[in-house]
Ligand binder design. Structure first.
Ligand code: NAP
Length: 288
């Protein structure tokens, strides 16, 4: 069997960024300033790599970013205070709180403080609720949306297919499964307590790995002709970025897969800025 098709993220990201740039230019003209994304920056190697792509993407679409470092000793009160300041700052159009958060602080707790109108990564209960209800207006978490954007761009339909998602986080695993369900896929979520994981994954026509375990998904998990989407971004012992999927092992079995780096990552950042413009436009329509 020929090697699987590599689903590159860059062309998908470019198409999204082109549209976002136009909207950012219109926004700047109307407001005499570019749209502004505030990022609470997590001190973590994978988050640092994400931040670099955010900076690059901001330049591409002519948006501004404001970086606020999260210190490892920051507690919930201080972090919530930072978020509240940004909520009230009219020059801030969107807020992204990176994870992992300091020990003892949960993403759900911070999500409860964040103004849902500035929630560009869909972590607030309000935005999660809209997504759960299938509302078009929902602010969809960027990474989950990126997975669907890639499948759409390369014309892999989801209807009627068996989709297995490994991971059930608030920002990736859960929402990507909900989005696939909205496209009429039959969805199963797996997690660290799932029994017989390789056998379940082997049923997948579309396998989505959002685990955070370097190279965990190998040929034992992949059904012949499956499409494999690797969401994981991990830093190995050599300091290299690697996914959750062992690409060399699965590429002679799968039909198509996303590489790491260069797959879901760039599309995630493009979706983040698209969400930023959506949030900025919505706030304007409310205030006028
Ligand atoms: P997370 O909150 O740590 O969630 C990981 C999920 O994987 C959990 O649901 C966990 O199960 C499950 N899991 C962990 N070990 C497992 C195992 N051995 N077998 C089966 N399931 C297991 O992580 P996340 O925020 O969703 O991120 C997932 C990955 O995506 C990370 O590598 C992260 O760096 C990456 N990421 C990528 C992008 C991108 O643009 N590509 C953006 C953000 C994050 P439990 O719920 O049972 O603990």
């Amino acid at each position: 069997m020929a090697d699987a098709r590599v689903l590159l993220g860059r062309p998908v990201a470019r198409a999204i960024n082109d549209a976002t740039s136009e909207r950012a230019a219109e926004f700047a003209l109307k407001n005499n300033r570019p749209p502004l994304l505030a990022v609470l920056v997590s001190p973590d190697p994978a988050s640092e790599s994400y931040l670099k792509t955010i900076r690059l993407n901001a330049k591409k679409v002519s948006a501004e970013i404001r970086e606020i470092p999260i210190r490892p000793d920051m507690g919930l009160t201080e972090l919530s205070g930072q978020v509240t300041n940004l909520n009230e700052d009219d020059s801030v159009d969107g807020i992204l709180v990176q994870t992992p958060l300091p020990d003892g602080v949960k993403a759900e707790q911070v999500g409860r403080v964040l103004n849902s109108a500035k929630d560009v990564d869909g972590v607030t209960p309000y935005q999660s609720g809209l997504l759960f209800r299938g509302a078009q207006s929902a602010m969809v978490p960027s990474t989950a949306r990126a997975v669907i954007e890639i499948l759409d761009y390369y014309r892999y339909g989801l209807e009627g297919l068996e989709v297995i998602v490994v991971g059930r986080s608030l920002v990736i695993g859960k929402p990507v499964g909900i989005l696939a369900l909205g496209r009429n896929a039959t969805v199963t979520w797996c997690h660290s307590k799932t029994k017989g994981l390789p056998g379940i994954c082997k049923r997948a026509e579309i396998l989505i790995a959002a685990i955070g375990r370097a190279n965990m998904i190998d040929s034992k998990y992949v059904r012949p002709s499956a499409t494999v989407i690797d969401v994981g971004i991990n830093v190995d012992e050599g300091g290299n970025l690697v996914g959750d999927v062992k690409a060399d092992d699965i590429k002679s079995i799968a039909t198509a897969y996303t590489p790491v780096p260069g797959g879901v990552g760039p599309v995630t950042t493009a979706c983040l800025f698209d969400n930023l413009l959506k949030a900025a436009a919505l706030r304007q329509s409310v205030s006028t």
